[in-house]
Design a protein around this ligand. Structure first.
Ligand SMILES: [Zn+2]
Length: 201
């Protein structure tokens, strides 16, 4: 990719955990979600959600807990929803109203030209030390590379679902209502990054 990559610090915003618990509650109900967390040894988490920056490994430990307790496929569902909820939060709380209006008025390609550099600066808030990069030509695409951070393909797949859910929802809110990400490379398959083409279907 042509773009210079930026390294995060390994710290992320508390939203990654907050929205993952919210997604678990949405899909399993409050009781069901608590039962899953209790079995994984984190039963008090819904009552003690973080408020400040956290070490990304705390978030990854929660994702690993979900894979162990509910299996890879349902963990991926939870993480995809968590990514969407994270994007909804960022959209509602972190993006100025005039930017939201402006991006939706612009043609998609021009909107991406403005949005992708901004995303590169802010992706650390949920992707931590993951390296974000993008291309505008010939087809707009973005990627995230986590090095050797994820121990198993199941963990890489769950995190891929999270990133994808977040990016896709952000593009749907800001670029085109039916935006989809088409997977080009995936760390869960042994590629060195997850890379997605951005399509306005
Ligand atoms: Zn992937």
């Amino acid at each position: 990719m042509a773009t210079i990559a930026t390294h995060g610090t390994g710290k992320i915003g508390p939203n990654a955990i907050i929205q993952t618990v919210a997604a678990l509650q949405e899909l399993f109900g409050n009781e069901g979600a608590r039962a899953v967390l209790v079995r994984g040894g984190a039963g008090d988490l819904p009552d003690h959600l973080p408020h400040a920056l956290i070490d990304e490994r705390e978030f990854h430990a929660l994702v690993e807990l979900l894979i162990e307790q509910i299996g890879e496929e349902r963990a991926k569902q939870v993480m995809a929803r968590s990514g969407q909820l994270t994007a909804e939060y960022v959209f509602a709380n972190r993006i100025p109203a005039f930017v939201r209006v402006l991006l939706r008025l612009l043609p998609p390609r021009l909107g991406l030209r403005l949005l992708l550099p901004a995303m590169q600066r802010h992706t650390w808030t949920f992707a931590g030390s993951g390296v974000f990069a993008y291309d505008l030509m010939p087809t707009p695409s973005l990627s995230i590379a986590n090095g050797s951070l994820f121990d198993t393909p199941a963990m890489a797949a769950a995190m891929c679902a999270y990133y994808r859910g977040a990016f896709e929802q952000m593009f749907r809110k800001l670029i085109c209502p039916r935006a989809t990400l088409h997977e080009l490379e995936c760390q869960a398959r042994g590629d060195r990054r997850c890379r997605y083409a951005i399509q306005c279907a």
